[in-house]
Design a protein around this ligand. Structure first.
Ligand SMILES: [Zn+2]
Length: 250
């Protein structure tokens, strides 16, 4: 849990902050998304990365692990989601666990998130963090769950509380997207949001649409905009960014 006063203090500390050259070099060499982010976002993003590292704790999961470089890579992607938003999205987040290999007792899971914790497998992340084109970004996915939880304690792909004027809009949008995702993938049609987004829990909740959609939004913005303009626009308004206009460096 992060207090509003702590967020304000970190933001004040880094109000004119920017990353060091070595940090930028690391992000530019390892992070697939780095080169794509426009300068108007990068300035805010760098400040948010520095604040993120001040505000949230990374648990030492084995001796001297994760390293500062690994923490920076994860902090950078997590901070991108809130580059144009508030850290209040992460106010319930307590700890980030990056496991060198597998997440304990979770065979096959590369990442997990609740309102308070994020768990990530570095073995998987190391192989995938440089790829920003498959729409399956693990860090963005898990931290989008944290955001989805934070408004009302539920990850149901509606990132605003029931009291919000936008709740009904999101509820309808997600129901429609669920149909489209399930239909497209069962028909074998290419679709910008991956099939896992169609997962439905016992209570009928669909927790994966917002997270899978967030990864698709940042990594495959153009095709998401083309295929699902309403969903794309909702995410664009929510995150305050327009990735479809970012040029990809091939
Ligand atoms: Zn998920």
């Amino acid at each position: 849990m992060v207090l509003i006063a702590e967020i304000e203090k970190a933001e004040k500390t880094h109000v004119n902050g920017c990353l060091k050259d070595g940090q930028r070099q690391l992000l530019s060499s390892k992070l697939g998304l780095w080169s794509r982010i426009p300068s108007g976002i990068k300035d805010d993003w760098e400040k948010k990365i520095l604040c993120f590292l001040d505000l949230f704790s990374f648990v030492e999961t084995s001796d001297n692990f994760p390293s500062d470089d690994i923490k920076l890579l994860v902090a950078a992607e997590a901070a991108l989601l809130v580059a144009k938003r508030s850290f209040e999205d992460y106010r319930f987040l307590r700890s980030i666990y990056i496991w060198e290999k597998q997440i304990p007792r979770q065979p096959g899971a590369h990442g997990m998130a609740s309102m308070r914790e994020v768990h990530l497998s570095w073995k998987y992340l190391e192989k995938t963090i440089g790829n920003a084109d498959d729409g399956k970004n693990l860090v963005l996915h898990e931290f989008a769950h944290v955001i989805d939880f934070s408004d009302d304690g539920k990850a149901q792909s509606i990132p605003v509380p029931k009291t919000s004027k936008d709740f009904k809009f999101w509820e309808n949008l997600i129901a429609e997207m669920h149909k489209r995702i399930v239909n497209a993938h069962s028909a074998g049609t290419k679709f910008p949001v991956r099939s896992y987004a169609g997962l439905q829990c016992d209570k009928g909740l669909t927790p994966e649409i917002f997270s899978c959609g967030t990864s698709a939004f940042f990594e495959n913005g153009q095709s998401l905009q083309k295929e699902c303009p309403d969903f794309y626009n909702a995410l664009s308004n929510f995150y305050g960014m327009n990735p479809a206009a970012w040029s990809k460096v091939i």
